[in-house]
Ligand binder design. Structure first.
Ligand code: CAA
Length: 268
């Protein structure tokens, strides 16, 4: 990967390679647990990457061989009061809402533990690929708290209320295969972290070749489908479909097909 560190962060590594960016949570000594600073850095990094015209797809992963992210940082939470806990939760849900609002597709590459806030970070991404060594879970009740970064909300939408309730009240982790079976992750890749990243980069590369405005509008349409009735959603999709026809890329994409040549998209 041609590496280019764009901005320096204390707890993240942000690398760009062509149209792809990779954000690695880099606190392996704490299994990449999310403290306040890490969440602020993630939110800032995603906002910057969304505004960066060179970047078309973002991959999120964790440093080291043990964890994607093993949760919110327990040492940062242990002594919080109610008001501080609300502020801490706000950092997490702001991060999740930032990811959802991005024009670019964000793929979570999960190797090792994705627990608590780590599972919630993965769930806030557009989709999840996992290594066969991944473990997903919402163990918060073992600490006598509940998920605070959108886990109850996104898990219920992703896997249904009954499975979400099982995960957040039993608190035991599930394997990558089980996560695949219930639709929590999209794909499981054998062969460790490197094999997982190779696969995710391949898919990211495919998305990066598509019309960027169309990818952004597709994300917007699918995300809104969770909030709208089918009727309103289909009308909304029709409006976004029509918007594509205001772009040079739509003309290029269809002309290239008819002329039997690859399309060259400009993102407008
Ligand atoms: N916060 C802070 N530190 C953490 C952490 C976390 N969530 N998870 C792991 N660490 C630290 C450990 O304290 C340990 O540090 P030291 O070496 O300084 O002792 C280091 O990372 C390595 O961890 P372990 O020695 O525990 O590693 P292990 O292989 O024995 O166990 C594990 C791995 C099962 C993931 C275990 O670390 C664990 O259970 N971690 C906590 C998982 C958890 O409860 N996550 C949910 C947090 S609450 C939350 O996320 C709330 C929310 O939604 C907002």
């Amino acid at each position: 990967m041609r590496e280019e560190v764009s901005v320096s962060y204390q707890n993240l590594i942000v690398e760009k390679s062509g149209s792809r960016a990779e954000v690695t949570v880099n606190r392996p000594q704490a299994l990449n647990a999310l403290n306040g600073q890490t969440m602020e850095e993630l939110t800032a990094a995603f906002r910057a990457l969304d505004a960066d015209p060179d970047v078309r797809v973002v991959i999120v992963t964790g440093a080291g061989d043990k964890a994607f992210v093993a949760g919110a940082d327990i040492s940062a939470m242990a002594d919080l009061g109610v008001t501080e806990a609300r502020a801490f939760a706000r950092l997490g849900y702001t991060l999740g809402l930032t990811l959802a609002g991005m024009k670019k597709i964000v793929i979570a590459a999960v190797h090792g533990f994705a627990l608590g806030g780590g599972c919630e970070l993965a769930l806030a991404c557009d989709f999840i690929y996992a290594s066969d060594k991944a473990k997903f879970g919402q163990p918060e009740v073992k600490l006598a708290v509940i998920p605070g970064f959108g886990g109850t909300q996104r898990l219920a939408r992703r896997v249904g209320a009954a499975r979400a309730l099982e995960l957040v009240t039993v608190g035991e982790p599930i394997s990558a295969e089980e996560a695949l079976r219930i639709g929590l992750c999209n794909r499981v890749v054998a062969g460790g972290r490197d094999a997982l990243l190779e696969e995710v980069r391949k898919v990211a590369g495919q998305i990066a070749e598509r019309g960027p405005v169309a990818v952004a509008l597709a994300k917007q349409a699918v995300r809104e489908s969770l909030e709208l009735s089918l009727d309103a959603g289909c009308r909304y999709e029709g409006d976004l479909f029509a918007q594509c026809f205001a772009t040079a890329d739509q003309k290029e994409g269809m002309r290239a097909f008819l002329e039997k040549r690859p399309a060259r998209f400009q993102g407008r």
